[in-house]
Design a protein around this ligand. Structure first.
Ligand SMILES: Cc1cc2nc3c(=O)[nH]c(=O)nc-3n(C[C@H](O)[C@H](O)[C@H](O)COP(=O)(O)OP(=O)(O)OC[C@H]3O[C@@H](n4cnc5c(N)ncnc54)[C@H](O)[C@@H]3O)c2cc1C
Length: 425
């Protein structure tokens, strides 16, 4: 095995598909016993969709996702502060998709099994440590039936997410993820899509907001789509919160009071929340950027490398892009430590800056400016902020996050079709 991947999430599965595309042998070791379509909605930005299309997943993605058309920020009074087209209608050569995270993971998983074979993914194996051995890297796993297993490869890729064991071996003193005070309650409900029918809508103010967007095509008979929603409120970060866990289920009564009167003639927030079969609570956490994602023959990708606040909808997208930049480095330098360092050299500085930038509210920060100037009450947004100010704010974010339209459209494929990588010493 050339590349051993710890973690079978979005990053791990895309890494395996990328290795397969460039002719490297790879295996994924995942801690859970059975991969299930967990989570709620996520957005895939055009830069990540491009990479998935280049991996031949266009049809599958179109089947499970919904092309996003609009991204809109609305103040507490329900009026538009900013709205823009997204994806193809914004001029990108690739669409933006809203998709259920679990369905995306399953699409990638099935593609891995189909292309690399059923032995490419081993579940029930949690990585516990790694060490260099005779010019290779050896990884130790604890299996779900309590055994210890040892696997050796040329490289280890830590794609093991927010609580990455690979990262904690690199940085034993990093501590728990950092919580800035925001808590998100997330769910999916059946509802009639609003505005364009494919709109991402963020309503409210920085410390108290509601986000919703459809993640499925409407049922032809009822007109109902699956609507992904996130209700968010900021608390005093000093009080502490539970450890970040993507699957903690809570009761409506725990938070519905914060949104009870958010009723507009075009959106009934409490009504939508109450339609959800389950609500997941998640404290918005990230980690401080680290000086390196590489330790000899081990490298980090995805959330293990740079978990960030989801304010710009780019956590999953960046995880996908990471795997492609690393794949391109394998092609150029061979699959060895030099490629890991080249990948890090290309991304670490910018992505670390993005992690910190997202702490400052990312593109949603503009709502803070509006709130500061008028307390969120206005008839016409032009009386509060000029169009030029809005344009500059948004363009800066897009450039930093790697989805500036012209740059992306003009960029050659990250991995040209047909190229292959070799193993490097
Ligand atoms: C169950 C789950 C639900 C999520 N739901 C949402 C959501 O609703 N919305 C959202 O924006 N983001 C969600 N996320 C996070 C989102 O998937 C990531 O932010 C993003 O896609 C980057 O993906 P990743 O592959 O780096 O990390 P992840 O998607 O977190 O994947 C990491 C994988 O590594 C596995 N793993 C962890 N430790 C080990 C170990 N020691 N050895 C082997 N395997 C290990 C995990 O089980 C997981 O499958 C969720 C993550 C998980 C794990």
């Amino acid at each position: 095995m050339t590349v051993l991947i710890a973690g079978g999430g979005i990053a791990g599965m895309t890494m395996a598909l990328t290795c397969h595309q460039i002719g490297l042998s790879a295996r994924v070791f995942e801690s859970v016993d059975e991969l299930k379509p967990l989570g709620v909605g996520i957005n895939l930005q055009p830069n990540a969709v491009r990479e998935l299309f280049e991996l031949g997943l266009e049809e599958g993605l179109d089947e499970i996702g919904l092309e996003a058309q609009e991204w809109a920020l609305l103040a507490m009074n329900g009026k538009d502060v900013w709205s823009e087209t997204r994806g193809l209608s914004a001029g990108y050569r690739w669409p933006q998709y809203s998709v259920h995270r679990g369905r995306l993971q399953m699409l990638l998983y099935e593609a891995v099994v189909d292309r690399l074979g059923p032995d490419a993914v081993t579940t029930g194996h949690a990585l516990t440590s790694y060490e260099s051995r005779d010019g290779d890297i050896a990884a130790q796993f604890r299996t779900s039936d309590g055994q210890t297993v040892d696997e050796t490869a040329n490289l280890l890729i830590g794609a093991d997410g927010l609580h990455s064991t690979v990262r904690s071996q690199m940085y034993p003193d990093q501590g728990e993820p950092r919580w800035g005070g925001a808590v998100m309650w997330r769910g999916t409900s059946q509802g009639i899509p609003i505005r364009t029918g494919n709109s991402f809508v963020l309503l409210g103010k920085l410390e108290h907001r509601f986000i919703c967007y459809p993640i499925s095509k409407p049922d032809p008979e009822t007109g109902l789509s699956t609507i992904n929603w996130i209700a968010e409120r900021r608390f005093d970060a000093e009080q502490g919160w539970t450890k970040g866990d993507w699957n903690r289920q809570v009761d409506l009564e725990d938070f519905i009071e914060y949104f009870e009167d958010w009723i507009f003639d075009w959106l009934d927030v409490p009504g939508l929340i109450k339609e959800s079969k389950a609500v997941l609570e998640y404290p918005m956490v990230d980690r401080d950027p680290v000086p390196s994602w590489v330790d000899g023959r081990a490298g980090l990708i995805g959330d293990a490398a740079h978990v960030m606040y989801p304010v710009g909808s780019n956590g999953a997208s960046q995880a996908i892009v990471d795997t492609r930049i690393l794949g391109a480095a394998f092609v150029e330098h061979g699959a060895g430590p030099t490629a890991l360092n080249a990948y890090e050299g290309e991304l670490l500085e910018n992505i670390s800056a993005l992690v910190l930038r997202n702490r400052g509210d990312g593109p949603v920060g503009i709502l803070g400016v509006v709130e500061e100037r008028c307390g969120g009450t206005f008839d016409d947004i032009a009386d509060v902020i000029t169009r030029e100010e809005l344009d500059t704010f948004m363009a800066n974010y897009k450039a930093a996050a790697g989805f500036a339209i012209e740059t992306l459209n003009a960029a050659p494929p990250t991995i040209p079709p047909g190229v292959k990588a070799t193993e490097a010493p």
